[in-house]
Design a protein around this ligand. Structure first.
Ligand code: SF4
Length: 368
C-alpha cells in the first residue's frame, strides 16, 4: 500500500551534505526534499554562511533545529551542564546523540522517511546514522545507494530464490545469465557479502536497484510505501573532487574553513586548513586543526580553553591541554610533524587529502 513518504536531507555545514543538496536539486528536481540543520550553538561562522548560501541556491528553507529548545542556554551548554561538566570525547559521545541525532529524530517523528546521506563513492563507511525503523538512509553518491542493513537482508542466502525470480521477471533469463550465476552462489567465508554485492553492481547498477526496490516491497522500509523511486536509476559514483566541483560550479562555494592557509616552519612552507564542519572545539580534530583554530580564530580557541578550565583534569585532547598545545615550541613541532607527514602524501590540489584520516572519523550527522 502506498503511503506518504517524506524525503529529508541533513545539512551539517560540511561540503558533502551541501553538495548532495545541490546534486539532488539539479538531478531530481521533482523530489520534494525537506532540509534541516541541527545547530549545536557552537558551530563556526563559516557554517552559517554556507547554510545561507545554500538556502539561496535551493530556493527553499533549511529548517534550523536546536536540541533543548526550551532551555535558556545553547544546546551544547545545556547538556554539558546537565552531565556535570563532562566534556564529550570519542568514547563518550553524548554530544552527537543529544545535539544531532535526537533533534533529527524529533524533526521526522514517526513518519516514514527517506534520509539522503552524502557519503561519497571514495569512502568506505556508513557513518553514525539513525537506526530508527521509520528512517531509511540512501547514499546517492555511491554505486551502492542502499544501507548496510538493506544489503544484508537482500543478499542473505535465504533470499536467493526470491532475488532470482525478481531478476528473471524484470530482465529475462537470457539477458542476465552471468548475474544469475552470482545470485545463486551462497555467501560463505570464501564468498563474502561485499564480493557478491560488488559483482552484482558490476553487472548493472540499475538492474540491482530495481531488484532491491522490488524485494523491499515486502518489508516495512519506507521505500516499500512508494510506487516509484527516482533514485533506483542513479548510477553515480562521486568522489571528493566531484564534490568541490559541484560546490564551486553552483556558486554556493566551498566552506571557507576548507581553504588552505600558508604557514612556515624551519624555513619550509606548508599549508593548513580545517577538514570538517561541526563544533569549533570538536575533539575529533587533528592537532594541526587545533593550531589552525588557535591562529585563525583565537577567540574561539580561548572559549575552548574556558571549558577545560571549568573542571579539573578535563581536556579536549588526551594527554595535552589547550594551554600546553598553544606554546610556541609545541605549535612549531605540530606544524613540523604535519609537514613531514605530508611530504609522502600525493600532490593533491586539496589539503583535505592529507587530513582524510580525520575526515573518516566522526559521524554523518556532524561532518558530512
Ligand atoms: S561536532 Fe564534534 S563536538 Fe560537536 S556534536 Fe559533533 S562530535 Fe560532538
Amino acid at each position: 500500500m502506498t503511503k506518504k513518504v517524506r524525503h529529508v536531507l541533513g545539512i551539517s555545514g560540511g561540503k558533502d551534505s551541501a553538495a548532495l543538496a545541490i546534486y539532488l536539486k539539479n538531478n531530481y528536481p521533482s523530489l520534494d526534499i525537506e532540509y534541516y540543520f541541527c545547530d549545536t550553538g557552537k558551530e563556526l561562522e563559516e557554517t552559517y554562511k554556507l547554510i545561507d548560501n545554500l538556502e539561496a541556491y535551493l530556493g527553499k528553507k533549511i529548517t534550523r533545529t536546536k536540541a533543548a529548545s526550551e532551555s535558556s542556554q545553547e544546546p551544547f551548554d545545556h547538556f554539558y551542564n546537565l552531565f556535570g561538566g563532562y566534556l564529550p570525547s570519542s568514547n563518550a559521545r553524548w554530544c552527537t546523540k543529544y545535539l544531532k541525532l535526537q533533534p533529527f529524530e524529533e524533526f521526522v517523528g514517526n513518519d516514514p522517511v527517506i534520509s539522503y546521506v552524502g557519503i561519497r563513492g571514495d569512502e568506505d563507511r556508513e557513518g553514525y546514522i539513525s537506526k530508527k525503523a521509520n528512517i531509511q538512509s540512501i547514499f546517492p553518491f555511491r554505486k551502492n545507494i542502499w544501507s548496510e542493513d538493506v544489503i544484508s537482508r537482500a543478499l542473505k542466502n535465504d533470499n536467493i530464490a526470491a532475488l532470482t525470480e525478481i531478476y528473471k521477471f524484470h530482465f529475462g533469463q537470457n539477458a542476465i545469465e552471468r548475474t544469475l550465476e552470482i545470485i545463486l552462489q551462497p555467501i560463505s567465508t570464501k564468498f563474502t557479502q561485499t564480493q557478491k554485492l560488488n559483482l552484482l553492481l558490476d553487472q548493472g547498477i540499475k538492474e540491482f536497484n530495481v531488484s532491491i526496490f522490488e524485494l523491499l516491497k515486502n518489508s516495512n522500509y519506507p521505500v516499500s510505501h512508494m510506487k516509484d523511486f527516482a533514485l533506483i536509476g542513479n548510477e553515480e559514483n562521486l568522489v571528493r573532487d566531484d564534490i568541490f566541483n559541484l560546490l564551486r560550479a553552483s556558486g554556493v562555494g566551498v566552506p571557507e574553513y576548507y581553504e588552505k592557509i600558508a604557514f612556515e616552519v624551519d624555513g619550509k612552507k606548508g599549508e593548513y586548513a580545517r577538514s570538517r564542519s561541526g563544533c569549533y572545539f570538536c575533539f575529533f580534530q587533528q592537532k594541526i586543526e587545533w593550531v589552525w583554530l588557535y591562529e585563525q580564530h583565537p577567540q574561539l580557541y580561548q572559549l575552548a580553553i574556558n571549558y577545560e578550565n571549568e573542571k579539573e583534569g578535563f581536556t579536549w585532547n588526551q594527554n595535552e591541554s589547550l594551554l600546553e598545545l598553544m606554546q610556541p615550541q609545541r605549535v612549531e613541532s605540530i606544524k613540523r610533524e604535519f609537514l613531514n607527514r605530508n611530504i609522502t602524501k600525493t600532490k593533491s590540489s586539496y589539503l583535505l587529502d592529507s587530513l582524510d584520516d580525520a575526515e573518516a572519523e566522526g559521524c554523518a550527522a556532524c561532518f558530512i
